[in-house]
Design a protein around this ligand. Structure first.
Ligand SMILES: O=C[C@H](O)[C@H](O)COP(=O)(O)O
Ligand SMILES: C=C(OP(=O)(O)O)C(=O)O
Length: 347
């Protein structure tokens, strides 16, 4: 018998439905396509400065309970409608979590929250959830982590992030070059901005790489390049980067790289030391700079949920606090509403 040389560490290989099959099972429909397309145009106008409203990308760190997530979306949709003259609000609908070491990797990877890693069901729930949010009139934002995921859900997404842990990855830059929506690249966890700037340059160029077709067939994919990529400041190991000096330095770096002067600033993550109690002051300072005339700050990001803080996970599912994050700590709904109303009042 010959020695085993392949699949030595593979425990399971479960075929997925093709993207086309999932799209047929949970169809987009013409009205939603129109909504997504229009919201992407709006985002391009915000990024280019033609639309003077302030972009706020706000919502749970991750969606783990779709029923509570929809309650959040209902509240946000009503608030977004009231503040629409001043703020363009997009809901964070994050299904894939990049982990520093290990941990729950998001609804797509483990929708039953029990380590069974039922990815086909995760993709299904993600698609259904996105449709429900769009039906409330809210554009959606997500982090795209696995390069196969976009074929299943990207048609329902208006804006995407490439996170701090993957902004330097060629695979993610190539993927972004073919995505149909504006994409923000975060500075790395160390705080390095150069990787994000290089990512914007790489993603704006045509790329050829290994991907998957709508029929689920491994393919060689060639893109035209994504002209709507930009940088997100999220702080780093050496501290935050939402202050005026850091923003000036980031703008100088963009100018040096011959990129447009547009930035999104994250009030969460290393900009608040992952402490949700600090997030309101960070957000207020970002808004203050914009209100003082810094139009290069296109928008801000907030991690927000129905209930403040976070709960340790894993734990028995019947002990989960409804509406509270199982990943990073979030501000609660009341604080979110207060911050967004305040921002609309001063902008
Ligand atoms: O926003 C989410 C988290 O910051 C990211 O997924 C990393 O989380 P971890 O450091 O708890 O793994
Ligand atoms: C993981 C995230 O952010 P970052 O990449 O900045 O850590 C996130 O927004 O969920």
């Amino acid at each position: 018998m010959s020695a085993r040389v392949s699949d030595v560490h593979i425990a399971r290989n479960v075929p997925l439905p093709s993207p086309a099959r999932l799209q047929a099972e949970i169809p987009r429909g013409d009205e939603r396509a129109e909504f997504v397309s229009r919201s992407r145009v709006n985002l391009r106008s915000l990024l280019g400065g033609a639309d003077s409203r302030f972009l706020v990308i706000v919502g749970p760190c991750s969606i783990h309970d779709t029923e509570a997530g929809i309650e959040y979306a209902h509240r946000l949709a009503a608030l977004a409608e009231r503040l629409r003259d001043k703020l363009y609000i997009v809901m964070r609908v994050y299904f894939e979590k990049p982990r520093t070491t290990v941990g729950w990797k998001g609804l797509i990877m483990d929708p039953h929250l029990d380590g069974t890693d039922d990815i086909p069901e995760g993709l299904r729930r993600a698609r259904q959830f996105l449709r429900s949010v769009i039906d409330l009139g809210l554009p959606t934002a997500t982090e795209l982590l696995d390069p196969i995921t976009p074929q299943y859900i990207a048609d329902l997404i208006s804006w995407s992030a490439i996170g701090a842990r993957t902004a330097e990855s060629q695979t993610h830059r190539q993927m972004a070059s073919g995505l149909s929506m504006p994409v923000g690249f975060k500075n790395t966890t160390s705080g390095d901005l150069v990787a994000a700037i290089n990512a914007v340059k790489a993603a704006s160029r045509p790329q050829t790489f290994l991907g998957v077709s709508e029929e689920g067939i491994a393919s060689s994919v060639t893109t035209t390049g994504n002209p709507d990529c930009h940088v997100i400041l999220r702080g780093g190991d050496h501290g935050p980067n939402y202050d005026a000096d850091s923003i000036s330095a980031a703008l100088a770096a963009l100018e040096g790289a011959k990129l447009p002067p547009s930035l999104i600033v994250d009030a969460s993550h290393a900009n608040c030391g992952k402490d949700c109690a600090r997030m309101p002051d960070v957000f207020r300072e970002i808004v203050r700079q914009r209100a003082a005339g810094d139009r290069s700050i296109i928008g801000a990001m907030l991690e927000s949920n129905l209930v403040a803080g976070s709960q340790s996970f894993p734990k028995p599912l019947d002990q989960l606090v409804r509406g509270q994050s199982i990943t990073d700590s979030c501000i609660d709904w009341e604080t979110t509403e207060e911050l967004l109303r305040e921002a609309a009042g001063v902008l």
